[in-house]
Design a protein around this ligand. Structure first.
Ligand code: BES
Ligand code: ZN
Ligand code: ZN
Length: 462
Protein backbone atom coordinates (compact mmCIF):
# COMPACT_ATOMS: atom_id res chain seq x y z
CA UNK A 1 0.00 0.00 0.00
CA UNK A 2 1.31 3.47 -0.79
CA UNK A 3 2.04 6.00 1.92
CA UNK A 4 -0.57 8.33 0.47
CA UNK A 5 -3.54 6.06 1.22
CA UNK A 6 -5.54 7.45 4.16
CA UNK A 7 -7.16 4.15 5.06
CA UNK A 8 -3.92 2.60 6.23
CA UNK A 9 -3.97 5.01 9.17
CA UNK A 10 -7.74 5.30 9.77
CA UNK A 11 -10.99 3.33 9.63
CA UNK A 12 -14.59 4.47 9.39
CA UNK A 13 -16.74 1.50 10.40
CA UNK A 14 -17.18 1.54 14.19
CA UNK A 15 -15.45 -1.27 16.10
CA UNK A 16 -16.90 -2.06 19.53
CA UNK A 17 -13.60 -3.58 20.61
CA UNK A 18 -11.51 -0.54 19.74
CA UNK A 19 -9.46 0.97 22.54
CA UNK A 20 -10.40 4.46 23.76
CA UNK A 21 -7.81 7.22 23.78
CA UNK A 22 -8.41 9.99 26.32
CA UNK A 23 -6.84 13.33 25.48
CA UNK A 24 -5.97 15.24 28.63
CA UNK A 25 -4.60 18.78 28.53
CA UNK A 26 -1.30 19.11 30.37
CA UNK A 27 -2.70 22.02 32.39
CA UNK A 28 -5.63 19.86 33.53
CA UNK A 29 -3.74 16.66 34.28
CA UNK A 30 -3.41 17.01 38.06
CA UNK A 31 -7.14 17.78 38.46
CA UNK A 32 -8.01 14.94 36.11
CA UNK A 33 -5.80 12.52 38.05
CA UNK A 34 -7.51 13.34 41.36
CA UNK A 35 -10.83 12.25 39.85
CA UNK A 36 -9.55 8.83 38.76
CA UNK A 37 -9.85 5.51 40.58
CA UNK A 38 -7.30 4.53 43.21
CA UNK A 39 -6.10 1.77 40.85
CA UNK A 40 -5.38 4.30 38.09
CA UNK A 41 -3.77 6.83 40.40
CA UNK A 42 -1.48 4.08 41.67
CA UNK A 43 -0.71 2.98 38.11
CA UNK A 44 0.29 6.53 37.15
CA UNK A 45 2.74 6.53 40.08
CA UNK A 46 4.04 2.99 39.43
CA UNK A 47 4.69 3.63 35.76
CA UNK A 48 6.37 6.95 36.65
CA UNK A 49 4.27 8.65 34.02
CA UNK A 50 5.29 12.23 33.11
CA UNK A 51 2.49 14.47 31.90
CA UNK A 52 4.46 15.93 28.98
CA UNK A 53 2.80 16.74 25.62
CA UNK A 54 2.40 13.65 23.37
CA UNK A 55 3.38 11.25 26.18
CA UNK A 56 1.30 8.09 26.25
CA UNK A 57 -0.04 6.34 29.34
CA UNK A 58 -1.15 2.78 28.58
CA UNK A 59 -3.59 1.46 31.17
CA UNK A 60 -4.04 -2.32 31.47
CA UNK A 61 -7.12 -4.17 32.68
CA UNK A 62 -7.05 -6.88 35.37
CA UNK A 63 -5.85 -9.42 32.76
CA UNK A 64 -2.95 -7.17 31.84
CA UNK A 65 -4.42 -6.33 28.43
CA UNK A 66 -4.47 -2.79 27.08
CA UNK A 67 -7.72 -1.22 28.22
CA UNK A 68 -7.42 2.54 27.81
CA UNK A 69 -4.86 5.04 26.58
CA UNK A 70 -4.28 8.54 27.93
CA UNK A 71 -2.28 11.08 25.94
CA UNK A 72 -1.20 14.50 27.08
CA UNK A 73 -1.93 17.54 24.93
CA UNK A 74 -0.50 21.02 24.94
CA UNK A 75 -3.53 23.29 24.41
CA UNK A 76 -1.68 25.53 21.92
CA UNK A 77 -0.24 22.59 19.97
CA UNK A 78 -3.01 20.05 20.31
CA UNK A 79 -2.35 18.93 16.73
CA UNK A 80 0.61 16.78 17.85
CA UNK A 81 -0.95 15.07 20.88
CA UNK A 82 -1.50 11.75 19.04
CA UNK A 83 1.65 12.15 16.96
CA UNK A 84 3.53 9.24 18.52
CA UNK A 85 0.57 6.85 18.97
CA UNK A 86 0.41 5.00 15.67
CA UNK A 87 3.98 3.73 16.02
CA UNK A 88 4.16 3.28 19.80
CA UNK A 89 0.87 1.59 20.66
CA UNK A 90 0.25 -2.09 19.95
CA UNK A 91 -1.28 -2.68 16.51
CA UNK A 92 -5.05 -2.53 16.60
CA UNK A 93 -8.05 -0.22 16.40
CA UNK A 94 -8.40 2.89 18.52
CA UNK A 95 -10.90 5.70 18.88
CA UNK A 96 -10.78 9.11 20.52
CA UNK A 97 -13.01 9.34 23.58
CA UNK A 98 -14.76 12.65 24.05
CA UNK A 99 -14.35 15.59 24.51
CA UNK A 100 -11.78 15.98 21.72
CA UNK A 101 -13.21 13.59 19.19
CA UNK A 102 -14.41 16.39 16.93
CA UNK A 103 -11.07 18.11 16.65
CA UNK A 104 -9.80 17.73 13.06
CA UNK A 105 -6.27 18.70 14.00
CA UNK A 106 -5.80 15.70 16.27
CA UNK A 107 -6.57 13.31 13.43
CA UNK A 108 -4.07 15.02 11.19
CA UNK A 109 -1.39 14.68 13.87
CA UNK A 110 -2.12 10.96 14.11
CA UNK A 111 -1.94 10.50 10.33
CA UNK A 112 1.31 12.45 9.99
CA UNK A 113 2.87 10.50 12.87
CA UNK A 114 1.93 7.18 11.28
CA UNK A 115 4.04 7.84 8.16
CA UNK A 116 7.00 5.53 7.59
CA UNK A 117 9.44 5.28 4.69
CA UNK A 118 9.94 1.56 4.27
CA UNK A 119 10.79 1.32 0.59
CA UNK A 120 14.11 -0.37 1.36
CA UNK A 121 13.20 -2.23 4.56
CA UNK A 122 12.31 -5.87 4.36
CA UNK A 123 9.98 -5.68 7.35
CA UNK A 124 6.94 -3.45 7.51
CA UNK A 125 5.80 -2.22 10.90
CA UNK A 126 2.19 -3.07 11.61
CA UNK A 127 0.29 0.10 12.29
CA UNK A 128 -2.51 1.14 14.59
CA UNK A 129 -5.65 2.61 13.07
CA UNK A 130 -7.81 5.41 14.40
CA UNK A 131 -11.56 5.67 13.95
CA UNK A 132 -12.60 8.81 12.07
CA UNK A 133 -15.77 10.30 13.50
CA UNK A 134 -18.38 11.60 11.07
CA UNK A 135 -17.86 15.24 11.98
CA UNK A 136 -14.34 15.21 10.55
CA UNK A 137 -13.74 16.77 7.13
CA UNK A 138 -12.34 13.66 5.48
CA UNK A 139 -11.36 15.32 2.23
CA UNK A 140 -9.31 17.97 4.04
CA UNK A 141 -7.67 15.26 6.17
CA UNK A 142 -6.94 12.97 3.22
CA UNK A 143 -5.61 15.90 1.22
CA UNK A 144 -3.08 17.00 3.82
CA UNK A 145 -2.00 13.46 4.70
CA UNK A 146 -1.51 12.65 1.02
CA UNK A 147 0.18 15.93 0.09
CA UNK A 148 2.66 15.62 2.95
CA UNK A 149 3.31 11.91 2.23
CA UNK A 150 4.21 12.87 -1.35
CA UNK A 151 6.72 15.45 -0.12
CA UNK A 152 8.25 13.03 2.40
CA UNK A 153 8.39 10.12 -0.05
CA UNK A 154 10.05 12.20 -2.76
CA UNK A 155 12.63 13.65 -0.37
CA UNK A 156 13.35 10.32 1.35
CA UNK A 157 13.96 8.54 -1.94
CA UNK A 158 17.68 8.09 -2.63
CA UNK A 159 18.98 10.48 -5.29
CA UNK A 160 19.56 7.59 -7.69
CA UNK A 161 15.80 6.94 -7.57
CA UNK A 162 14.73 10.58 -7.79
CA UNK A 163 16.62 11.89 -10.79
CA UNK A 164 14.96 14.57 -13.00
CA UNK A 165 13.04 11.97 -15.04
CA UNK A 166 11.70 10.37 -11.86
CA UNK A 167 10.60 13.74 -10.46
CA UNK A 168 8.60 14.06 -13.67
CA UNK A 169 7.20 10.53 -13.29
CA UNK A 170 6.13 11.27 -9.72
CA UNK A 171 4.27 14.36 -10.89
CA UNK A 172 2.65 12.44 -13.73
CA UNK A 173 1.49 9.75 -11.29
CA UNK A 174 -0.45 12.11 -9.06
CA UNK A 175 -1.83 14.50 -11.72
CA UNK A 176 -3.38 11.56 -13.61
CA UNK A 177 -6.23 11.50 -11.05
CA UNK A 178 -7.19 14.98 -12.30
CA UNK A 179 -7.02 14.07 -15.99
CA UNK A 180 -3.79 15.99 -16.53
CA UNK A 181 -0.63 15.23 -18.41
CA UNK A 182 2.60 16.95 -17.53
CA UNK A 183 4.76 18.49 -20.21
CA UNK A 184 8.54 18.38 -20.21
CA UNK A 185 11.25 20.31 -21.96
CA UNK A 186 14.28 18.01 -21.87
CA UNK A 187 18.02 18.23 -22.61
CA UNK A 188 18.94 20.22 -25.74
CA UNK A 189 15.32 21.32 -26.13
CA UNK A 190 16.02 23.55 -23.13
CA UNK A 191 18.37 25.52 -25.40
CA UNK A 192 15.86 25.59 -28.29
CA UNK A 193 13.05 26.73 -25.98
CA UNK A 194 15.29 29.31 -24.28
CA UNK A 195 15.96 27.88 -20.83
CA UNK A 196 19.74 28.23 -21.12
CA UNK A 197 20.55 28.38 -17.42
CA UNK A 198 18.61 25.22 -16.51
CA UNK A 199 20.52 23.48 -19.30
CA UNK A 200 23.92 24.79 -18.19
CA UNK A 201 23.47 23.68 -14.58
CA UNK A 202 22.15 20.23 -15.52
CA UNK A 203 24.23 19.36 -18.59
CA UNK A 204 27.04 17.54 -16.74
CA UNK A 205 24.73 14.80 -15.53
CA UNK A 206 23.90 11.65 -17.50
CA UNK A 207 20.33 12.31 -16.33
CA UNK A 208 19.09 15.01 -18.67
CA UNK A 209 17.96 18.30 -17.14
CA UNK A 210 14.40 19.35 -17.76
CA UNK A 211 11.63 21.81 -17.04
CA UNK A 212 8.48 20.04 -15.87
CA UNK A 213 5.17 21.85 -16.22
CA UNK A 214 1.51 21.19 -15.58
CA UNK A 215 -1.54 23.42 -15.47
CA UNK A 216 -4.93 22.96 -13.86
CA UNK A 217 -8.12 24.91 -13.18
CA UNK A 218 -10.49 27.37 -14.69
CA UNK A 219 -9.07 30.26 -16.73
CA UNK A 220 -11.59 32.60 -15.04
CA UNK A 221 -9.95 32.12 -11.65
CA UNK A 222 -6.90 34.02 -10.39
CA UNK A 223 -3.66 32.55 -11.61
CA UNK A 224 -1.25 31.12 -9.05
CA UNK A 225 2.17 29.93 -10.19
CA UNK A 226 4.22 27.51 -8.12
CA UNK A 227 7.91 27.08 -8.85
CA UNK A 228 10.02 24.44 -7.04
CA UNK A 229 13.76 23.79 -6.98
CA UNK A 230 14.28 20.25 -8.23
CA UNK A 231 17.97 19.45 -7.74
CA UNK A 232 18.06 15.65 -7.59
CA UNK A 233 21.49 15.70 -6.03
CA UNK A 234 23.65 18.70 -5.21
CA UNK A 235 27.30 17.69 -5.28
CA UNK A 236 28.14 21.39 -5.44
CA UNK A 237 29.39 21.02 -9.02
CA UNK A 238 33.03 22.02 -9.55
CA UNK A 239 33.00 24.07 -6.34
CA UNK A 240 32.44 20.66 -4.81
CA UNK A 241 30.88 20.28 -1.38
CA UNK A 242 32.71 18.45 1.40
CA UNK A 243 31.46 15.07 2.63
CA UNK A 244 29.39 16.50 5.46
CA UNK A 245 27.83 19.17 3.23
CA UNK A 246 26.97 16.61 0.56
CA UNK A 247 25.56 13.89 2.79
CA UNK A 248 21.94 15.04 2.80
CA UNK A 249 21.85 16.55 -0.69
CA UNK A 250 19.36 13.97 -2.00
CA UNK A 251 16.88 16.35 -0.38
CA UNK A 252 17.79 19.21 -2.72
CA UNK A 253 14.65 18.53 -4.76
CA UNK A 254 12.64 19.39 -1.63
CA UNK A 255 11.26 22.57 -3.24
CA UNK A 256 9.92 20.52 -6.16
CA UNK A 257 8.37 18.07 -3.69
CA UNK A 258 6.72 20.95 -1.81
CA UNK A 259 5.11 22.46 -4.90
CA UNK A 260 3.97 18.99 -5.98
CA UNK A 261 2.31 18.53 -2.57
CA UNK A 262 0.73 22.00 -2.63
CA UNK A 263 -0.51 21.46 -6.20
CA UNK A 264 -2.10 18.18 -5.16
CA UNK A 265 -3.83 19.95 -2.25
CA UNK A 266 -5.11 22.77 -4.49
CA UNK A 267 -6.59 20.23 -6.91
CA UNK A 268 -8.05 17.88 -4.29
CA UNK A 269 -9.63 20.79 -2.43
CA UNK A 270 -10.79 22.16 -5.76
CA UNK A 271 -9.67 25.70 -4.90
CA UNK A 272 -10.87 28.43 -7.28
CA UNK A 273 -7.38 28.94 -8.66
CA UNK A 274 -5.87 28.65 -12.10
CA UNK A 275 -2.75 26.72 -11.26
CA UNK A 276 0.58 26.62 -13.03
CA UNK A 277 3.39 24.41 -11.70
CA UNK A 278 6.96 24.74 -12.96
CA UNK A 279 9.73 22.46 -11.75
CA UNK A 280 13.24 22.91 -13.11
CA UNK A 281 14.83 19.52 -12.43
CA UNK A 282 18.57 18.86 -12.72
CA UNK A 283 21.40 16.99 -11.10
CA UNK A 284 24.24 19.33 -10.08
CA UNK A 285 26.98 16.93 -11.17
CA UNK A 286 30.64 17.09 -12.14
CA UNK A 287 32.05 16.06 -15.52
CA UNK A 288 34.19 17.48 -18.31
CA UNK A 289 31.32 19.58 -19.63
CA UNK A 290 30.22 20.97 -16.26
CA UNK A 291 29.64 24.73 -16.00
CA UNK A 292 32.47 26.51 -14.20
CA UNK A 293 33.18 29.27 -11.72
CA UNK A 294 33.83 32.39 -13.82
CA UNK A 295 31.56 31.32 -16.70
CA UNK A 296 28.95 33.82 -17.79
CA UNK A 297 25.48 32.49 -18.58
CA UNK A 298 22.76 34.39 -20.39
CA UNK A 299 19.42 33.70 -18.76
CA UNK A 300 15.98 33.35 -20.36
CA UNK A 301 15.16 37.02 -19.73
CA UNK A 302 18.48 38.18 -21.18
CA UNK A 303 20.22 39.09 -17.93
CA UNK A 304 23.79 37.81 -17.82
CA UNK A 305 25.01 35.92 -14.78
CA UNK A 306 28.61 35.47 -13.72
CA UNK A 307 29.09 32.17 -11.92
CA UNK A 308 30.88 32.85 -8.67
CA UNK A 309 30.13 29.41 -7.23
CA UNK A 310 28.58 26.41 -8.98
CA UNK A 311 27.12 25.36 -5.63
CA UNK A 312 24.70 28.29 -5.78
CA UNK A 313 22.84 26.33 -8.48
CA UNK A 314 19.30 26.46 -7.08
CA UNK A 315 18.85 30.17 -7.75
CA UNK A 316 20.19 29.59 -11.29
CA UNK A 317 17.64 27.00 -12.35
CA UNK A 318 14.91 28.93 -10.53
CA UNK A 319 15.57 32.19 -12.39
CA UNK A 320 14.73 30.71 -15.81
CA UNK A 321 11.60 29.06 -14.37
CA UNK A 322 10.55 32.28 -12.63
CA UNK A 323 10.98 34.21 -15.89
CA UNK A 324 8.73 31.66 -17.59
CA UNK A 325 6.13 31.99 -14.79
CA UNK A 326 5.96 35.79 -14.91
CA UNK A 327 5.49 35.76 -18.70
CA UNK A 328 1.91 34.65 -17.96
CA UNK A 329 1.32 37.43 -15.44
CA UNK A 330 0.23 35.42 -12.39
CA UNK A 331 -1.84 36.92 -9.60
CA UNK A 332 0.61 35.31 -7.20
CA UNK A 333 3.95 33.55 -7.61
CA UNK A 334 5.23 31.22 -4.90
CA UNK A 335 8.55 29.42 -5.02
CA UNK A 336 9.92 26.76 -2.69
CA UNK A 337 13.60 25.83 -2.52
CA UNK A 338 16.20 24.21 -0.30
CA UNK A 339 18.17 27.26 -1.30
CA UNK A 340 20.72 28.17 1.36
CA UNK A 341 22.52 26.80 4.37
CA UNK A 342 22.39 30.40 5.59
CA UNK A 343 18.61 30.23 6.13
CA UNK A 344 19.28 27.31 8.49
CA UNK A 345 21.97 29.31 10.30
CA UNK A 346 19.44 32.12 10.76
CA UNK A 347 16.41 30.08 11.88
CA UNK A 348 17.60 26.54 12.51
CA UNK A 349 16.35 23.55 10.57
CA UNK A 350 12.77 23.53 11.85
CA UNK A 351 11.55 27.00 10.89
CA UNK A 352 11.41 27.75 7.16
CA UNK A 353 12.25 31.28 6.09
CA UNK A 354 10.07 33.21 3.69
CA UNK A 355 10.53 36.45 1.80
CA UNK A 356 7.91 38.48 -0.02
CA UNK A 357 7.46 41.78 -1.87
CA UNK A 358 3.84 41.93 -0.68
CA UNK A 359 3.04 42.96 2.91
CA UNK A 360 -0.55 41.65 2.75
CA UNK A 361 0.68 38.20 1.80
CA UNK A 362 3.19 38.25 4.66
CA UNK A 363 0.51 39.10 7.23
CA UNK A 364 -1.96 36.54 5.86
CA UNK A 365 0.73 33.86 5.76
CA UNK A 366 1.74 34.46 9.38
CA UNK A 367 -1.90 34.21 10.46
CA UNK A 368 -2.37 30.99 8.52
CA UNK A 369 0.85 29.58 9.95
CA UNK A 370 -0.34 30.16 13.51
CA UNK A 371 -3.83 28.83 12.80
CA UNK A 372 -2.50 25.47 11.60
CA UNK A 373 0.61 25.19 13.84
CA UNK A 374 3.01 25.20 10.92
CA UNK A 375 5.77 27.63 11.88
CA UNK A 376 7.38 29.93 9.29
CA UNK A 377 9.28 33.21 9.69
CA UNK A 378 9.73 36.20 7.43
CA UNK A 379 13.20 37.51 6.61
CA UNK A 380 13.69 40.88 4.92
CA UNK A 381 14.31 41.45 1.22
CA UNK A 382 16.90 43.99 2.29
CA UNK A 383 17.67 45.80 -0.98
CA UNK A 384 20.77 47.51 0.41
CA UNK A 385 22.56 44.12 0.24
CA UNK A 386 22.07 43.88 -3.53
CA UNK A 387 25.58 45.28 -4.05
CA UNK A 388 26.97 41.96 -2.77
CA UNK A 389 25.83 40.38 -6.04
CA UNK A 390 27.51 42.96 -8.28
CA UNK A 391 29.65 41.42 -11.00
CA UNK A 392 32.60 43.10 -12.72
CA UNK A 393 31.74 41.61 -16.11
CA UNK A 394 28.04 40.58 -16.08
CA UNK A 395 24.69 41.93 -14.87
CA UNK A 396 24.76 39.90 -11.67
CA UNK A 397 26.79 37.28 -9.80
CA UNK A 398 25.14 34.09 -8.60
CA UNK A 399 26.67 34.32 -5.14
CA UNK A 400 28.21 36.87 -2.87
CA UNK A 401 31.85 36.92 -1.79
CA UNK A 402 30.77 37.17 1.84
CA UNK A 403 28.47 34.53 3.36
CA UNK A 404 26.84 37.06 5.69
CA UNK A 405 23.11 37.36 5.05
CA UNK A 406 23.32 34.47 2.59
CA UNK A 407 19.59 33.69 2.68
CA UNK A 408 18.85 37.36 1.97
CA UNK A 409 21.31 37.67 -0.93
CA UNK A 410 19.88 34.46 -2.46
CA UNK A 411 16.36 35.95 -2.21
CA UNK A 412 17.63 39.25 -3.68
CA UNK A 413 19.10 37.30 -6.59
CA UNK A 414 15.68 35.74 -7.32
CA UNK A 415 14.02 39.12 -6.84
CA UNK A 416 15.96 40.41 -9.87
CA UNK A 417 13.83 38.11 -12.05
CA UNK A 418 10.47 39.11 -10.55
CA UNK A 419 8.86 42.27 -11.97
CA UNK A 420 7.89 44.74 -9.20
CA UNK A 421 4.20 44.38 -10.02
CA UNK A 422 4.21 40.58 -9.52
CA UNK A 423 3.24 39.50 -6.01
CA UNK A 424 5.87 36.97 -5.01
CA UNK A 425 6.57 34.74 -2.01
CA UNK A 426 9.83 32.82 -1.72
CA UNK A 427 10.32 29.95 0.77
CA UNK A 428 13.79 28.75 1.78
CA UNK A 429 13.17 25.40 3.49
CA UNK A 430 15.16 22.54 5.02
CA UNK A 431 12.63 19.90 3.85
CA UNK A 432 14.12 17.46 6.36
CA UNK A 433 13.61 16.61 10.02
CA UNK A 434 17.01 16.11 11.63
CA UNK A 435 15.26 14.59 14.68
CA UNK A 436 11.93 12.87 15.21
CA UNK A 437 9.14 14.77 16.98
CA UNK A 438 5.52 13.83 17.56
CA UNK A 439 3.86 13.64 14.14
CA UNK A 440 7.14 14.53 12.42
CA UNK A 441 9.36 11.49 11.82
CA UNK A 442 13.05 11.92 11.04
CA UNK A 443 13.71 12.43 7.33
CA UNK A 444 11.97 14.25 4.49
CA UNK A 445 9.40 16.75 5.67
CA UNK A 446 6.92 19.29 4.32
CA UNK A 447 7.62 22.62 5.98
CA UNK A 448 5.30 25.57 5.46
CA UNK A 449 3.06 23.46 3.19
CA UNK A 450 0.09 23.47 5.57
CA UNK A 451 0.56 27.20 6.19
CA UNK A 452 0.50 27.90 2.44
CA UNK A 453 -2.54 25.68 1.79
CA UNK A 454 -4.41 27.40 4.64
CA UNK A 455 -3.35 30.82 3.29
CA UNK A 456 -4.60 29.94 -0.21
CA UNK A 457 -7.90 28.67 1.21
CA UNK A 458 -8.35 31.87 3.24
CA UNK A 459 -7.41 34.13 0.35
CA UNK A 460 -9.18 32.49 -2.58
CA UNK A 461 -12.20 30.69 -1.12
CA UNK A 462 -14.84 33.37 -0.65
N1 BES B 1 21.30 23.07 -1.60
C1 BES B 1 22.17 24.01 -1.05
C2 BES B 1 21.64 24.71 0.18
C3 BES B 1 21.40 23.92 1.43
C4 BES B 1 22.44 23.39 2.15
C5 BES B 1 20.10 23.83 1.91
C6 BES B 1 22.17 22.72 3.33
C7 BES B 1 19.84 23.17 3.07
C8 BES B 1 20.88 22.61 3.80
C9 BES B 1 22.50 25.11 -2.06
O1 BES B 1 22.47 24.77 -3.39
C10 BES B 1 23.88 25.59 -1.73
O2 BES B 1 24.78 24.81 -1.87
N2 BES B 1 23.99 26.83 -1.31
C11 BES B 1 25.22 27.40 -0.93
C12 BES B 1 25.27 28.78 -1.52
C13 BES B 1 26.65 29.42 -1.53
C14 BES B 1 27.56 28.68 -2.47
C15 BES B 1 26.49 30.86 -1.95
C16 BES B 1 25.28 27.46 0.60
O3 BES B 1 24.25 27.68 1.23
O4 BES B 1 26.37 27.26 1.13
ZN1 ZN C 1 24.39 24.00 -4.07
ZN1 ZN D 1 21.30 23.12 -3.89
Amino acid sequence: MSNTDLMQYFYTQEDINSIPINVVLKSEFSTWKKNQSEYLQNWIETSQFKAKPSNILSIPNAQGELNTVVVIADAKNIIWCLGTCAKQLPAGNYHIASPHKNNDKIYLGWGLGAYQYRQYKKSKQKLCKLHISESIDQNQLATLVQAIAIVRDMVNAPASDMMPQQIAEQCQTFVKEFGLTISECVGNDLIKENFPVIHAVGRASVHEPRLIEFNWGNAKHPKVSLVGKGVSFDSGGLDIKNAQGMRLMKKDMGGAAHVAGIALAIMKLNLPIQLQVLIPAVENAISANAFRPGDVLTSRCGKTIEIDNTDAEGRLILCDAITKAVEDNPDLLIDFATLTGAARIALGTEVPAFFTNDDDSAAELMQASEAVNDPIWQLPLHKAYRYMLDSDIADICNSAASGYGGAITAALYLNEFVPVETKWIHFDVMAYNMRARAGRPKGGEAMGLRAVVEFLQQRYVA
